[in-house]
Write a protein that binds this ligand. Structure first.
Ligand SMILES: NC(=O)c1ccc[n+]([C@@H]2O[C@H](COP(=O)([O-])OP(=O)(O)OC[C@H]3O[C@@H](n4cnc5c(N)ncnc54)[C@H](O)[C@@H]3O)[C@@H](O)[C@H]2O)c1
Ligand SMILES: N[C@@H](CCO)C(=O)O
Ligand code: NA
Length: 840
């Protein structure tokens, strides 16, 4: 019966990776899987569920047993008598497991064999103890018992259910030649012969084989050394031409990146043999490369599965990975990193065209026994750089200085330089070779996370692209690259400074919209910190925006802007970070330069930076233009109205700005539109403040300073180098405003005069690009003029340009207020997300 027809859909899906037909299905269970009697029983159940007709199961010793066995040998060698009690512990462990698992005759048979083995071992260890020395084969013989006992236990556990099952001592079958470097080479021909003999003696359809152990051609017990039982399974898989080799472990499969470093890492459903190779080189928890070779020859798929989560389908390693979509994202399978490296750079004009330089360099490296992790040389041949482990670099550097002493002193080589504290980030994927844009995307992701790449290597096989970076940047780089290829969503860590009117409105808008953005646009916005002038709250994963106010009151710590910024910039979860300055503070604005320099994007409605001293402003803009770090400030002029973006659009497409004229103050607009003499002036000003139109200090509005700042911002945007002090005295507005309430008659008369002329009074700002000046003044406009038609807090801005000469381009609408301003800031955040790669 096919077991899977009787089980859940989930388990049926799990069978998708099981081989079909009468081919052998090979399984391997490591020590952890065989850790307890219960686990051995679970292993038996998994085997019994495999519908394949022929099954060969390779097992390791129960967990910790191999170490216990080596310990026995070591004790005996050093003539420490406690090897006897240590052997008793090994015996007890297996006896207890057997008693749990088995009963009756099976138990008796296992125990009597265990007894016999243990007394043999005791005799052998005594001999070792007397000699004070164990040969390698002695020790291999002793240690191999762990596998023998676990294979026997499992085979009895399977037999218990009525399924015939034999166990195989692989020392009778696997023949290997030691290679000297703690490795062995299988002798496939000889092993195949031995295997045929074994089958002739013991035809069986379910076989439990010992992992790890083998024999030399002289029939001396040995082990597969560091490649262990995975290698046994792969060799046996290739000998029986298995339909599949399943490696059972305690993880769901191969991850797209180290899940301890990248919480969004995903399990890969397929990997090619070469990709698995690359990943294992980079220390991913995959198979040892040697394990892949035997099965690769016969195109036998290897499947990595989690025995503690049977419903997970695992990762299939095979020749032609299925379900490849061919898109950019599918080309990069995984990312891996290696830390603690140094780059060595050998440089000089005397290298170009001189054969033998590379050989001399790497000869010297080899002489000190250092391992070269990657090499890069551009075709100018003026420098060769390579990465070696940090602990080997001193010797390498010394050897190169000795080897090239003459060349260095003659100036043919200019330097042998060491760059410490480096890491490698590698993107792995077979299809990178045939897909344009992969490296561009990788480097783009790194650039956008403000990560500097020190060296690059990519062979033409293109299984991997390797970049060397500063070790401190490595995890962030890994996350930036991983999120670009795997999440395809733009993740942004946001820090909000100044949760006043605009700040808290923005936080509310973010709260209401975050889920929609995530769902529809793959934009993941996380507010990692909020700071006011007295307290701040920080979070590593994102503040709950429904409760930030309470947190800022109760769970908060004293505000500290440096700490706040460090918290955001040291955040490892999201590579893209943005500070949103919702204050009107000059000192906060003075930090933008440093933040941009750190790769933190800046968004603000605060006008102080852009209307402050011109040299500082220019320095800021120059830095920002030269980097991938963004600075957006749409809400500084006309709040949420598209003023800056309209101006930019005109300029960037080659239009010439002649004049920008407008009503830039929502507060003044409101006052002009509502002060009709029936209410007191201070009442109307209070209304404007109440409505959220005024600056934190309303005198900025009433004095005309706020308008002057906006004129400066637009003038600079248009290329004029103006200072705030270049705007002819703005005090007119202040004086006018002050007079306004007390000289009601004057005010009424002025209005009347204007009215009689068919005109109205308006407080306007002008950027006169032609004459390179800015003005702020009270003007009279005809009633049919667009500037005369405003209501509420409306702003209106007219751009006269070469293209819009007869009729200016006009933007009009509410130019102050919490919702529209916060909306303008929010849309800058989304503009940033789209610059960073969010879908449009
Ligand atoms: N109100 C509008 O319609 C409008 C429109 C466009 C632009 N803006 C600009 O938006 C900004 C905010 O305006 P608002 O009305 O929300 O002001 P607000 O006074 O209500 O809020 C400012 C907040 O910043 C905090 N703050 C001040 N200095 C700080 C510091 N050094 N560190 C941390 N927090 C600090 C204050 O405590 C306050 O909570 C201003 O720059 C303003 O010019 C406002
Ligand atoms: N206080 C400003 C807010 C918009 O910058 C105004 O009244 O226009
Ligand atoms: Na705006």
């Amino acid at each position: 019966m096919n077991f899977f027809s009787a089980v859940s859909v989930e388990q049926a899906e799990a069978s998708a990776h099981l081989p079909k037909g009468d081919m052998w299905s090979v399984h391997k269970f490591g020590g952890t899987c065989m850790g307890t009697s219960q686990r051995i029983q679970n292993v038996a159940d998994i085997i019994l569920r495999d519908p394949s007709e022929r099954k060969l199961v390779v097992v390791s010793a129960m967990s910790k047993v191999t170490d216990m066995m080596y310990n026995l040998v070591n004790k005996a060698q050093s003539r420490d008598d406690s090897y006897i009690t240590a052997l008793d512990e090994v015996f007890e462990k297996h006896m207890a497991a057997a008693k749990d698992l088995l009963g009756g005759e099976d138990l008796a048979r296992f125990l009597s064999q265990l007894h016999a083995d243990v007394s043999n071992l005791k005799a052998m260890l005594r001999a070792i103890c007397i000699a004070g020395h164990a040969t390698e084969s002695f020790s291999d013989f002793v240690v191999g018992h762990g596998e023998i006992w676990s294979a026997q236990l499992l085979s009895f556990a399977i037999k218990k259910s009525g399924t015939p099952c034999s166990w195989m001592d692989t020392r009778e079958v696997l023949v290997v030649n030691p290679t000297g470097s703690n490795q062995v080479d299988p002798d496939y021909l000889e092993s195949e012969k031995q295997l045929e003999k074994w089958f002739a003696r013991q035809p069986a359809e379910t076989i439990i084989a010992t992992g790890f152990i083998a024999s030399t051609p002289e029939n001396i017990p040995t082990t597969l050394k560091r490649d262990g039982s995975d290698f046994s399974a792969a060799i046996i898989g290739s000998l029986v031409k298995a339909g599949q080799v399943t490696i059972w472990t305690d993880v769901d499969g191969v991850f797209s990146a180290d899940p301890r470093k990248v919480s969004e890492a995903v399990i890969l459903s397929t990997l090619s043999y070469q990709e698995a190779w690359e990943m294992s080189y980079f220390g991913a928890n995959v198979l040892h490369p040697r394990t892949i070779i035997p099965v690769m020859k016969y195109n036998i798929p290897i499947v990595i599965r989690n025995m503690f989560n049977i419903s997970a389908p695992g990762t299939m390693i095979c020749q032609q990975p299925a379900n490849e979509s061919g898109d950019l994202e599918a080309c990069v399978k995984a990312f891996a990193t290696i830390d603690k490296l140094s780059l060595v750079n050998v440089e000089g004009t005397g290298m170009a065209g001189v054969p033998g330089t590379a050989s001399a360099i790497f000869g010297a490296v080899k002489d000190v026994g250092a391992n070269v992790i990657m090499i890069s040389q551009a075709s100018s041949e003026h420098s060769v750089c390579f990465a070696v482990p940090e602990k080997e670099v001193a010797a390498v550097s010394a050897a190169l200085h000795v080897r090239f002493r003459e060349a260095l002193s003659a100036g043919r080589l200019s330097k042998v330089e060491v760059i410490h504290n480096c890491s490698i980030l590698a993107a792995v994927g077979l299809k990178m070779a045939s897909t344009p844009g992969v490296s561009a995307t990788l480097f783009d992701a790194l650039a956008k996370a403000n990560i500097n790449v020190r060296a690059i290597a990519q062979g033409c096989s293109e299984y991997n692209i390797t970049v060397v970076l500063k070790q401190e940047d490595c995890v962030r780089a890994l996350r930036a690259a991983h999120s670009r290829f795997f999440l395809s969503k733009t993740t942004l860590a946001v820090g909000i400074i100044g949760p006043g009117l605009i700040g808290r409105t923005l936080l509310n808008q973010l709260k209401d919209q975050a889920a929609v953005l995530k769902e529809n646009m793959n934009i993941d916005l996380r507010v990692m910190g909020i700071t006011g002038s007295r307290t701040m709250v920080l979070s590593d994963t994102g503040i709950d925006l429904a409760h930030w106010k309470e947190q800022l009151q109760t769970g908060a710590e004293p505000a500290n802007l440096d700490k706040f910024v460090d918290h955001l910039s040291e955040n490892q979860l999201f590579p893209n970070r943005v500070l949103v300055d919702c204050t009107a503070d000059t000192s906060v604005a003075s930090h933008y330069y440093d933040w941009l320099k750190k790769g933190i994007h800046v968004i603000t409605p605060n006008k102080k930076a852009n209307s402050g001293p011109a040299d500082k402003y220019l320095k800021l803009r120059t830095l920002q233009r030269a980097s991938y770090t963004h600075y957006f400030y749409e809400a500084t002029v006309g709040a949420g109205l598209p003023i800056i973006s309209t101006l930019r659009g005109l300029l960037e497409t080659g239009d010439k700005i002649l004049r920008i004229e407008g009503i830039f103050s929502g507060t003044l607009s409101y006052i002009f539109n509502n002060f009709e003499g029936t209410r007191t002036f201070s009442d109307v000003v209070s209304e404007a403040k109440e409505a959220g139109y005024t600056e934190p200090d309303p005198r900025d509005d009433l004095s005309g300073t706020d308008v002057a700042r906006k004129v400066i911002i637009l003038a600079r945007e248009s290329g004029l180098k103006l200072e705030l002090s270049d705007i002819p005295s703005c005090s007119t507005a202040d004086e006018y405003m002050q007079k306004l309430p007390s000289f009601d008659q004057d005010w009424a008369r002025e209005c009347k005069d204007a009215e009689a002329a068919g005109e109205v009074l308006r407080y306007v700002g002008v950027v006169d690009v032609v004459n390179k000046e800015g003005q702020v003044e009270l003007r009279r406009y005809k009633k049919d003029h667009p500037f005369a038609q405003l209501s509420g807090s409306d702003n209106i801005i007219a751009f006269t340009t070469s293209r819009y000469k007869e009729q200016p381009l006009i933007v009009r609408g509410p130019g102050a207020g919490a919702e529209v301003t916060a909306g303008g800031v929010f849309s800058d955040i989304l503009r940033l997300a789209s610059y960073l790669g969010a879908p449009s």
